[in-house]
Design a binder for this molecule. Structure first.
Ligand code: ADP
Ligand code: MG
Ligand code: MG
Length: 883
C-alpha cells in the first residue's frame, strides 16, 4: 500500500483528490495545485496510515520511512532548498487533516526544520536576521506546546519579562539580538520541563510532529467530538507536510482568511480579513486587530487601516481571480487561507465554507441562477431543518439584551410580551390586543387556548418533548421550556429568575431558538418568505412527488399553513375546539349528563359552534382536502384536575361540587393512553360522533353554497383496532351524511377513513381497508403502542437509550424505520391489496421530520402532514427525498 501522496510543482499523486484517503485539507491542497493555483509543494500521509498505525500498536511500517523521504525530496526539488541544510534550509509546516475538519486535533506546527545552525542559514538567505530568530522562537514555542505538550505559560512569561526589561510594549519592538537571547531562554525552559534538550535533528522534529498528529486522533477531546458527531474512529486523520511560505517578511508580506461570499448573509461579495507582516494564526489569534480584505467592507465599517484591496492591489486582484476559479471548480462557496510572501500569493487551504441558514438559502439560489449549479442541486444543498430558523421572527442581532436566565430551546422564534400566569387571563388580554407570554410551571391540554392566545410560552419544567414544547411547535409559537431557575409564586403573582423578581404584566422576551429569557422587549426582525425562499420552494415543488398537508385546527393555523404551501389539512383535531373557553361549559355538561338525553341536549348546543369551526376551515382550505378526526381524548381531560378549579367549574356547569367530583372520579383512568378514548367514545356515545358528523356536512354544504366550490371532507375515525369498530362508526357517518344531504337537497363528496395507530390495525389493514377509504398513520400513537413506550414518560430514559445505541434517534422525533416503519409498510401493502390506490398519509410529529419524510417517499405514501410552520421544511425534505 502506498501511504504518501505528493502535490505541487507539477506533481499530482492524489489524482481526483479523495477526501477519505487524503483528508479534507490534503485533498483540496492537491486539488488546488492540480488546477495550477500557487500552492507550496508538499505531501500527504494518508488516513489509512493513521488507521494502520493504531492497528499495529503505534508503529510505522518500514516502507513509510522511504516514502516520507521521497516526499521530502520532492519538496526539496521544487523549492531548491534542503531540509536540515545549514546554508539554505527548507522549512515545513506539519498539519493534521481528517475527512471533515475536527476540533480536538493537533494544532499546526510551523517553521519546522529550524535549529541552532539552520537559523543562521535562514538569516543569511533571507538577509533578515530578525525574521530568522523570530521564526525560530515561534517554532520552539509551538513545537513545545503542540508536540512536547509542555506548559506554554512559561514561554509567555519569558517573553513578557524580556519586553518589560527592555521597556517594550509590542513584540515588533524586539530586535534580532533580543530574539536570539529569548531563544536561549526558551531552550533552557524546554530542557527543564522536558528534561531533554530541544530536538536539534530536523528529522527527529518531523517524526515527532507526525506522531503527534496521529496521537491527537485518540485524544480525549477528539474522541468526545467524534462521539457527539457520530464520526467513526476508523476514519483516522491524514498528515500534511508542506513547504513554508512566510507572511512575516515585512510590509509586502501578509496572511489572511477569506470567504468567496458572505457566510452570514450569503451576499455575493468577498469577505475576509488579513494582516500585514504576520504568520499563521495571527489573524484569528486576536493579538493584533486584522484588517479588511475589501475596500467596500472597510468603508462600511468606517475603519482606517487600509484594506488588502487598497494596500496590495495587484496581489488582491490575483487573489480575487483565485476566488472565481475555486468557486467554479468546487461549485460552492469557499473558505480560504492564504499567505503573501514579498508580494507573491500562496494558497494554503480551501474548503466549502460554513454558513448560516439564511446564507445557505441565498447562495444556493444565486448559484443556480448564475448557472454554477442546477436547480435540483440548489434544492439538495439547503438543510430542511435549518429552514426553521428562517420562518420565525428572530431577535435583531444588534439589539441589546438583558438575559435573565436560560431554558431549553423548545420551539423556535422570538417573542416579547407581558408575563401572564394563567391561560384564561392570557386569552382575555390577547383579545384586547395585548402581547402576552404565558408563563406556567408546565402546561396541560387545559392551557391550549391560552397558549394559542399568547405570543410565546415559557415553562419551568418539561423537556423538548413536553406538552408545552410539542403544542407550541405545532402552533408555531416560540417556546422555552424547562427553565430550571424559574419559580412562580401564584399568590403574589410574581416569577423569580436567578434571584430577580418580575411581576405579572412585566415585559419579557423569549428566544425559542436559544432558550434565552430576557427582560423587556428586544427588537425582532421578520422572516422573508418571498424572494429566495419562494424561489427555492418553487424548485422543490417541481421535483417532489409527496403531497404536503398541515396539522391545523384553527382558521388562523390553516391560513398560515396555506401561505406556507400546504395542500390540504391532514389532521384537524376536533378536541382542541372543545377547550375553547366559550364551549368548555357545554362540553362539561355533556360529560356530566346522567343519560343520553342530557348528553344530546348539551351536544345540540355545541353543534352550531363546531359547524362554524368547520365552515371557517373549509373556507380557508377551499378546493383542498380536509381530514377531520372525530373526538379522540378521554373525556376526563375536559374536567378540572386541581381542587381549586372544581368550585368554579361546578358553578359554571350548574352542578354541585360533589357531583362534579364524583363524575371526575368515575372517569379516572389508570392508563388513559390505552383507556376510554378514540373510537371507543363513538362506540359508547354514538351521539358525540353524530353531532360531529352533522357539523362537518352542514358546514361543507354551507361553504359549497357560499363559494360554489365544494370542500372535500375526509372524516377520520381514531384509534381503530378492528374492522368492526370502523364499520360501526362509518355507518354513523354515512347515515348522518344521508340525512343532512336529504334535508338540504344538496351533497358533497366525502371519504370515511381511519387512523392506523395500533399494531393490530396495521396487521388487519387488509380487512380495515374493506371499509376505510383512506389510512392516515398516526405515528405518535403507533410509536407508543408498538414500542410500548409512553411519550410523556420517555424523557427520563430515552436519552440513555440513544447514548447506548439502543435507538439511533429518538423514535418520537424520527420514525423508527426498522420497527414502526415495518408495520407502516406492511399496513400500506395490505391496505392497497384490498383497495388499490387507497389514499395513504402520515400525521403526527414525524410528518415534519426530514428523515421520516424520506421513509414515506420510499414506501410511496401519498402525503405527509406536518404542523403549519414545518410545511416548508416538509416540502423541501420531500423534494430531496425524490431526487
Ligand atoms: P487549521 O486546520 O487549524 O486551520 P492549518 O493547518 O490550516 O490549521 O494551519 C493554520 C495556519 O497556519 C494556516 O492558515 C496558515 O496561515 C498557516 N500555515 C500552515 N501551513 C503553512 C505553510 N506551509 N506556510 C505558511 N503558513 C502556513
Ligand atoms: Mg486552516
Ligand atoms: Mg392518536
Amino acid at each position: 500500500t502506498r501511504y504518501v501522496y505528493r502535490f505541487g510543482g507539477g506533481v499530482d499523486d492524489g489524482g481526483k483528490g479523495d477526501k477519505n484517503l487524503l483528508g479534507g485539507k490534503g485533498a483540496n491542497l492537491d486539488g488546488m495545485a492540480a488546477i495550477g493555483l500557487p500552492v507550496p509543494p508538499g505531501f500527504t500521509i494518508t488516513t489509512q496510515m493513521c488507521t494502520r498505525y493504531y492497528q499495529d500498536g503505534g508503529v510505522y511500517p518500514e516502507s513509510v520511512k522511504a516514502e516520507v523521504a521521497a516526499g521530502l525530496a520532492h519538496i526539496e526539488q521544487v523549492t531548491g532548498k534542503q531540509f536540515g541544510n545549514t546554508a539554505d534550509p527548507l522549512l515545513v509546516s506539519v498539519r493534521s487533516g481528517a475527512r471533515i475538519s475536527m476540533p480536538g486535533m493537533m494544532d499546526t506546527v510551523l517553521n519546522l526544520g529550524l535549529n541552532d545552525e539552520t537559523v543562521e542559514g535562514l538569516a543569511a538567505t533571507s538577509g533578515d536576521e530578525r525574521f530568522a530568530w523570530d521564526s525560530y522562537r515561534r517554532f520552539i514555542q509551538m513545537y513545545s506546546d503542540v508536540v512536547l505538550e509542555l506548559d506554554h505559560g512559561a514561554f509567555e512569561e519569558a517573553l513578557d519579562i524580556a519586553k518589560e526589561d527592555r521597556g517594550y510594549e509590542l513584540d515588533t519592538e524586539m530586535t534580532a539580538a533580543d530574539w536570539k537571547l529569548l531563544v536561549a531562554e526558551y531552550k533552557a525552559i524546554v530542557a527543564k520541563l522536558w528534561t531533554r534538550p530541544f530536538p536539534q535533528d530536523v528529522h527527529d522534529q518531523l517524526w515527532g510532529a507526525i506522531g503527534a498528529v496521529f496521537g491527537s486522533w485518540q485524544s480525549d477531546r477528539a474522541k468526545v467530538y467524534r462521539r457527539l458527531n457520530a464520526i467513526p474512529g476508523e476514519w483516522g486523520t491524514a498528515v500534511n507536510v508542506q513547504a513554508m511560505v512566510f507572511g512575516n517578511m515585512g510590509e509586502t508580506s501578509a496572511t489572511g482568511v477569506a470567504f468567496t461570499r458572505d457566510p452570514a448573509t450569503g451576499e455575493n461579495a468577498y469577505y475576509g480579513e488579513y494582516l500585514i507582516n504576520a504568520q499563521g494564526e495571527d489573524v484569528v489569534a486576536g493579538i493584533r486587530t486584522p484588517q479588511y480584505l475589501t475596500r467596500a467592507a472597510r468603508e462600511r465599517a468606517g475603519a482606517k487601516p487600509l484594506s488588502m484591496e487598497e494596500a496590495m492591489p495587484q496581489t488582491y486582484a490575483e487573489l480575487a481571480g483565485v476566488f472565481e476559479i475555486l468557486e467554479k471548480h468546487y461549485r460552492d462557496m469557499q473558505d480560504i487561507e492564504f499567505t503573501v510572501q514579498q508580494g507573491k500569493l500562496w494558497m494554503l487551504q480551501t474548503r466549502s465554507g460554513k454558513r448560516t441558514a439564511k446564507a445557505a438559502l441565498k447562495i444556493a439560489v444565486d448559484m443556480a441562477r448564475e448557472g454554477l449549479i442546477s436547480e435540483e442541486e440548489a434544492v439538495a444543498r439547503v438543510d430542511p431543518a435549518a429552514l426553521d430558523q428562517l420562518l420565525h421572527p428572530t431577535l435583531d442581532p444588534k439589539a441589546p439584551r438583558d438575559v435573565l436566565t436560560k431554558g431549553l430551546p423548545a420551539s423556535p422564534g422570538a417573542a416579547s410580551g407581558a408575563i401572564v400566569l394563567d391561560a384564561d387571563t392570557a386569552e382575555k388580554l390577547a383579545e384586547q390586543g395585548k402581547a402576552v407570554i404565558l408563563v406556567r410551571v408546565e402546561t396541560s391540554p387545559e392551557d391550549i387556548h391560552g397558549m394559542h392566545a399568547a405570543r410565546g410560552i415559557l415553562t419551568a419544567r418539561g423537556g423538548m418533548t413536553s406538552h408545552a414544547a410539542v403544542v407550541a411547535r405545532g402552533m408555531g409559537r416560540p417556546c422555552v421550556s424547562g427553565a430550571g431557575s424559574l419559580s412562580i409564586d401564584g399568590t403574589a403573582r410574581t416569577v423569580r429568575m436567578e434571584g430577580r423578581v418580575l411581576k405579572e404584566g412585566d415585559i419579557v422576551t423569549i428566544d425559542g431558538s436559544t432558550g434565552e429569557i430576557m427582560a423587556n422587549e428586544v427588537a425582532t426582525v421578520q422572516p422573508e418568505l418571498a424572494g429566495d425562499f419562494g424561489t427555492l420552494m418553487e424548485w422543490a415543488d417541481k421535483v417532489r412527488r409527496l403531497r404536503i398537508r398541515a396539522n391545523a385546527e384553527t382558521p388562523q393555523d390553516c391560513r398560515t399553513a396555506r401561505d406556507f404551501g400546504a395542500e390540504g389539512v391532514g389532521l384537524c383535531r376536533t378536541e382542541h375546539m372543545f377547550f375553547d373557553a366559550a364551549r368548555i361549559t357545554a362540553v362539561r355538561e355533556m360529560i356530566l349528563a346522567e343519560d343520553e338525553a342530557g348528553r344530546r341536549a348539551a351536544l345540540a348546543r355545541l353543534l352550531p359552534e363546531q359547524r362554524d369551526d368547520f365552515a371557517e376551515i373549509f373556507m380557508v382550505m377551499a378546493g383542498l382536502p380536509v381530514t377531520i378526526r372525530l373526538l379522540d381524548p378521554p373525556l376526563h381531560e375536559f374536567l378540572p384536575h386541581a381542587d381549586a378549579d372544581f368550585e368554579d367549574v361546578a358553578r359554571a356547569a350548574g352542578v354541585a361540587v360533589d357531583t362534579l367530583k364524583r363524575r371526575a372520579a368515575e372517569l379516572h383512568e389508570f392508563n388513559p393512553m390505552l383507556g376510554h378514548r378514540g373510537c371507543r367514545l363513538g362506540v359508547t356515545y354514538p351521539e358525540i360522533y353524530e353531532m360531529q358528523a352533522r357539523a362537518i356536512f352542514e358546514a361543507a354544504l354551507i361553504v359549497k353554497e357560499r363559494t360554489g366550490e365544494a370542500p372535500i371532507p375526509e372524516v377520520m375515525i381514531p384509534l381503530v383496532a378492528t374492522a368492526r369498530e370502523l364499520e360501526l362508526m362509518k355507518a354513523i357517518v354515512d347515515r348522518v351524511a344521508a340525512e343532512v344531504f336529504a334535508e338540504r337537497g344538496a351533497s358533497v363528496d366525502y371519504l370515511v377513513g381511519t387512523m392506523i395507530e395500533l399494531p393490530r390495525a396495521a396487521l388487519k389493514a387488509g380487512e380495515i381497508a374493506e371499509i376505510g377509504e383512506f389510512f392516515s398513520f398516526g405515528t405518535n400513537d403507533l410509536t407508543q403502542t408498538t414500542i410500548g413506550i409512553s411519550r410523556d414518560d420517555a424523557g427520563r430514559f430515552l436519552t440513555q437509550y440513544v447514548d447506548k445505541g439502543i435507538f439511533e434517534r429518538d423514535p418520537f422525533v424520527s420514525i423508527d424505520v426498522d420497527g414502526v416503519g415495518e408495520l407502516i409498510e406492511l399496513a400500506a401493502e395490505r391496505g392497497r391489496k384490498t383497495r388499490p390506490g387507497i389514499k395513504l398519509g402520515i400525521c403526527g410529529e414525524h410528518g415534519g421530520d426530514p428523515a421520516s419524510i424520506a421513509f414515506c417517499e420510499k414506501i410511496g405514501l401519498d402525503y405527509v402532514s406536518a404542523s403549519p410552520y414545518r410545511v416548508p421544511i416538509a416540502r423541501l425534505a420531500a423534494a430531496q427525498a425524490a431526487l
